[in-house]
Design a binder for this molecule. Structure first.
Ligand SMILES: NC(=O)c1ccc[n+]([C@@H]2O[C@H](COP(=O)([O-])OP(=O)(O)OC[C@H]3O[C@@H](n4cnc5c(N)ncnc54)[C@H](O)[C@@H]3O)[C@@H](O)[C@H]2O)c1
Length: 332
C-alpha cells in the first residue's frame, strides 16, 4: 500500500458533523488535514488542532491561495446543504451550493493537478427503492433537488475521470449517526432533522415528544426502517477509499451502510433503554416521499475496501450520541 504519511488532505466542510470527525480521524492516521469551511452550518469549535480556513468554495481566489500553499494528496468534499424538505422549497440554494460550488472546487483541483477526490453522496440518489437492500446497480432516480444535486456531481465526476484522468470515490451514505467514541465531537444540525438526535433531545427534556410519521408501513412494526451507519465507520471508509485511489483505482462508487435496518420504533425503544428516560411519542401521518425501507447493500465496499463497520450496532450508535448529547452536569 502506498504511504502518504504526513501528507496534506483538504477537507472541505470539515467543521460540519461528519467532516469534523473526519479531520480528527485523518490526523490520528498520520496525515495533515487542512479544513476549508464557510461555517454556514458548521461550528468553528468542532475543528480542534487542525489548520482552519474560514471561506467559501465559491471563492476562486481563496481556492488558488490554498492550493498554491499546499500540495494535497487528496480532497474530501463534505460541504453541502443537506435538508431534503428545504431543497424542495428552495432548489436554487441546493443547486448553487451542492452542484455549482462543487464545480469550482473541481476546477481548482484540475488547475493545480490534484486528482484524488472523495465525494459525500447519499442514498437519496436512488429515489424510491425498486428493491431492497439497495446495491450500487440500483437505478438512480432521485426524487428531490437535494438528491438530484448529488446525482449531478456524480455524472460530472465520470466525465472528468474519462477526460482528465481524474480519480474519484463516490460514497453514498445511508443514515449517518452516532458520535466520536471518545466524546469530543457530535451531531449539531440546526434545525435538526435526524431521528436519533431528535429522540435524544426528547430524552433530555429539550423537546416534549417525538413525532412518528406513519405506523402502517409494511415493516415489522409498521414504522419506517432505515440503515444507520456510525460516523466513525464512515470516516474509516473514506480513508480506505482514498488509499485505493492512491493504489491505482480510478472510479469507485460505494454504498456505506450496514445492510441491517432498524425501525423508528426500535430506535425509540433502544434510546429509552440507553438513557433510562421516558420518550413520549406523538403518532403522525405518513410523510410524502418517505419510503418504507431504505437499507444498503454495502457488500461491495466491505469486500473491495476491506471495510467493516465496528461501531454501527444501534445500541452503540445511541450510546455514543447520548454520551456527547448530555451536558457534563447532567451526567453526574
Ligand atoms: N448526515 C447524514 O446523514 C448524511 C447522509 C448522506 C449524505 N450526507 C452528506 O455528507 C456531507 C456532510 O453532511 P453533514 O451531516 O456533516 O452536514 P453539515 O451541515 O454538518 O456539514 C456541512 C459543512 O459544510 C460547510 N459548507 C457548506 N457549504 C459550504 C461552502 N460553499 N463552502 C465551504 N463550506 C461549506 C458547512 O458550514 C458545514 O460545516 C454532506 O455532503 C451531506 O450531503 C450526510
Amino acid at each position: 500500500m502506498t504511504t502518504h504519511q504526513q501528507q496534506s488532505i483538504l477537507i472541505v466542510g470539515g467543521a460540519g458533523y461528519i467532516g469534523s470527525h473526519m479531520v480528527d480521524f485523518i490526523k490520528r492516521a498520520g496525515f495533515y488535514p487542512v479544513v476549508l469551511d464557510n461555517l454556514s452550518t458548521g461550528h468553528r469549535d468542532a475543528v480542534i488542532d487542525a489548520e482552519f480556513i474560514h471561506g467559501d468554495l465559491e471563492d476562486p481566489i481563496l481556492l488558488d491561495e490554498i492550493f498554491a500553499k499546499h500540495t494535497f494528496a487528496g480532497v474530501m468534499h463534505f460541504a453541502s446543504f443537506i435538508q431534503v424538505g428545504e431543497s424542495v422549497k428552495d432548489p436554487a440554494k441546493y443547486y448553487q451550493n451542492n452542484f455549482a460550488a462543487t464545480l469550482s472546487l473541481l476546477q481548482a483541483m484540475l488547475k493545480w493537478k490534484v486528482q484524488h477526490f472523495i465525494f459525500s453522496s447519499t442514498a437519496a440518489v436512488y429515489g424510491e427503492p425498486q428493491y431492497t437492500p439497495i446495491d450500487e446497480l440500483h437505478p438512480l432516480a432521485p426524487i428531490n433537488p437535494y438528491g438530484r444535486s448529488k446525482w449531478m456531481v456524480e455524472q460530472v465526476l465520470k466525465d472528468y475521470a474519462a477526460s482528465y484522468g481524474f480519480k474519484y470515490a463516490v460514497l453514498r451514505y445511508f443514515n449517518a449517526a452516532g458520535a466520536d467514541p471518545a466524546g469530543r465531537f457530535r451531531e449539531r444540525h440546526d434545525p435538526e432533522t435526524h431521528l436519533i438526535p431528535l429522540v435524544l433531545e426528547v430524552a433530555q427534556g429539550k423537546r416534549k415528544a417525538i413525532t412518528v410519521y406513519g405506523n402502517d408501513y409494511s415493516t415489522k412494526d409498521g414504522t419506517c426502517v432505515r440503515d444507520y451507519i456510525h460516523v466513525t465507520d464512515l470516516c474509516a471508509a473514506h480513508l480506505l477509499a482514498l488509499q485505493q485511489l492512491w493504489d491505482g483505482a480510478n472510479q469507485l462508487t460505494y454504498n456505506l451502510g450496514t445492510g441491517e435496518g432498524y425501525s423508528v420504533r426500535q430506535v425509540i425503544d433502544t434510546a429509552k433503554a440507553v438513557t433510562g428516560r421516558d420518550i413520549p411519542v406523538i403518532q403522525g401521518e405518513r410523510r410524502a416521499g418517505d419510503p418504507a425501507v431504505l437499507v444498503a447493500d454495502a457488500k461491495q465496499a466491505m469486500k473491495e475496501l476491506g471495510w467493516s463497520p465496528k461501531y454501527s450496532s444501534l445500541r452503540t450508535i445511541i450510546e455514543h450520541a447520548w454520551n456527547v448529547a448530555q451536558p457534563i452536569a447532567e451526567k453526574a
